[in-house]
Design a protein around this ligand. Structure first.
Ligand SMILES: [Zn+2]
Length: 454
């Protein structure tokens, strides 16, 4: 008996609004030079909610910056340019890490070093006084700066919404924070300020000037600064885990079409790929080794990737798929799971709901024994995939239950899934492998097994 599961993915479209808005593509001839200013918060492999992003996601964003031909500069250099009224090029980008969360040192710093990129940390100093686990301590900040690619500036002392405060309270925030930083030999010259939550008004701006800051950063939907920007209201914008590649490119001011041209098709696929899949390597030059990374790309419709898996333990499994930001989210595909007595498939018919990063597609009961997992691309567009994950949940779940990461009603299910046994099958398996340009990667590996948590 073969039961057929045809599950449709439907996602809450919080981010769709953003994706469907008109691109704000920079046009070099019509505008003055532009520098984009991005905000990140914590970077953590475990805490993938709200403002924090995973290390893999940060790598993907930095790769898009690299492929987009941008170089990173400190926020202080941008402020100096704006002060002088000239932004000398269109190639610069500022990366900020806000609030002093520990992922800046633990994850962002080594990843930025792989890419040879710089960053600016805006910290609220009472958090630094408190130190770990929730914030970096003063020694951590000094370590960041000692590594040469970071500068540290003020984000107030206690992170209040400043325009809601009294004049005295605002002054206290600004002066205390600057004093704490300077006592630790940070923000000594031309200190910068980032408004907590990005909000400010003329009174707050004046207080920042009066407290001796050189420039200040606010929040803006598209974080582009031109030479005519207000020195005390330079726009920045947050990048979160849930942006798709089009939106990320708009926020970074890079051209996705240009990035795609730089992808190199390495070699034709073999073994369990057929019908026009190949691996791509995203680094046009010889990879620097530490972050060589591959994806699988289908060049035409009906391309199929397939792997056989031995299921050790019968039970309910959730299934997820990783689409890198650079992947084509609009390409239709079918993910199919076949076992004796079971033929289940997930079609991404409502594909605008699929985002980059992990998409938890759904869940189903599996028997012990052999299972065939396949992904077939269904359209003409190329599809770029990175990994598929099968996750055993500890609790029995009804068959055909959708595990929708964006649906608050299903959060509990999602949490159980995230703490369950997981096997990740990397499609291109080239993540983080040191590999000389043009080398052949192993196609399928079981790259991660995490033990169930009690
Ligand atoms: Zn903040």
């Amino acid at each position: 008996m073969r039961a057929v599961l045809a599950l449709t993915i439907s996602f809450v479209a919080v981010w769709l609004t953003a994706c469907s808005s008109k691109p704000d593509a920079p046009s070099a001839s019509a505008r003055s030079n532009t520098t984009y200013v991005e905000i990140f918060h914590d970077v953590s492999p475990d805490k993938l909610n709200g403002l924090s992003i995973s290390p893999d996601y940060l790598r993907d964003v930095l790769r898009m910056i690299e492929l987009g031909g941008r170089k990173t500069i400190f926020a202080s250099l941008l402020a100096e340019w704006i002060k002088q009224g000239v932004i000398p090029d269109n190639d610069s980008i500022v990366l900020c890490f806000d609030d002093g969360e520990p992922g800046a040192l633990d994850y962002a710093e080594p990843i930025l070093r792989e890419f040879g990129m710089q960053a600016t940390a805006f910290v609220f100093t009472s958090g630094i006084d408190d130190g770990r686990p929730r914030h970096m301590g003063w020694d951590d900040l000094l370590q960041l700066v000692a590594r040469g690619a970071w500068e540290v500036h003020s984000h107030s002392h206690t992170h209040p919404i400043l325009y809601q405060q009294s004049d005295d309270a605002i002054r206290e925030e600004l002066i205390t924070s600057l004093d704490r930083l300077q006592r630790h030999d940070l923000a000594l010259y031309a200190p910068l300020f980032a408004y907590p939550s990005g909000t400010n008004d003329p009174r707050v701006q004046q207080a920042v000037r009066d407290a001796g800051y050189f420039a200040a950063f606010k929040a803006g939907p598209i974080p582009s600064a031109t030479s005519g920007a207000d020195l005390f209201a330079i726009p920045r914008n947050t990048i979160t885990q849930f942006y798709d590649q089009d939106l990320i490119c708009r926020k970074l001011g890079v051209d996705l079409k240009e990035i795609r041209k730089k992808l190199i098709i390495l070699e034709e696929s073999e073994g369990s790929f057929d019908g026009g899949w190949s691996q791509i390597q995203c680094t046009p030059d010889a990879p620097r080794g530490q972050h060589g990374k591959g994806y699988a790309a289908s060049k035409a419709g009906n391309a199929k990737w397939q792997v056989e898996i031995e299921i050790q333990e019968a039970g309910f499994y959730a299934i997820g798929i990783w689409l890198p930001p650079i992947g084509m989210k609009d390409a239709p595909f079918e993910l199919r799971i076949q076992q004796e007595g079971l033929d289940g498939s997930f079609k991404n018919e409502s594909l605008p709901g699929v985002r980059n990063g992990w998409n938890r597609l759904g869940g189903l009961d599996l028997n012990a024994g052999k299972l065939t997992l396949s992904i077939q691309s269904l359209g003409e567009q190329p599809l770029i995939l990175d990994a598929v994950r099968l996750m055993r949940t500890e609790e029995p779940r009804p068959r055909r239950r959708l595990l929708n990461n964006h649906n608050p009603a299903l959060r509990r299910t999602t949490r159980i899934v995230s703490s369950c046994r997981a096997a990740t099958f990397s499609i291109a398996a080239a993540r983080y492998l040191a590999a000389p340009s043009g080398s052949r990667y192993a196609f399928i590996t079981r790259s991660a097994i995490c033990e169930p948590s009690v």
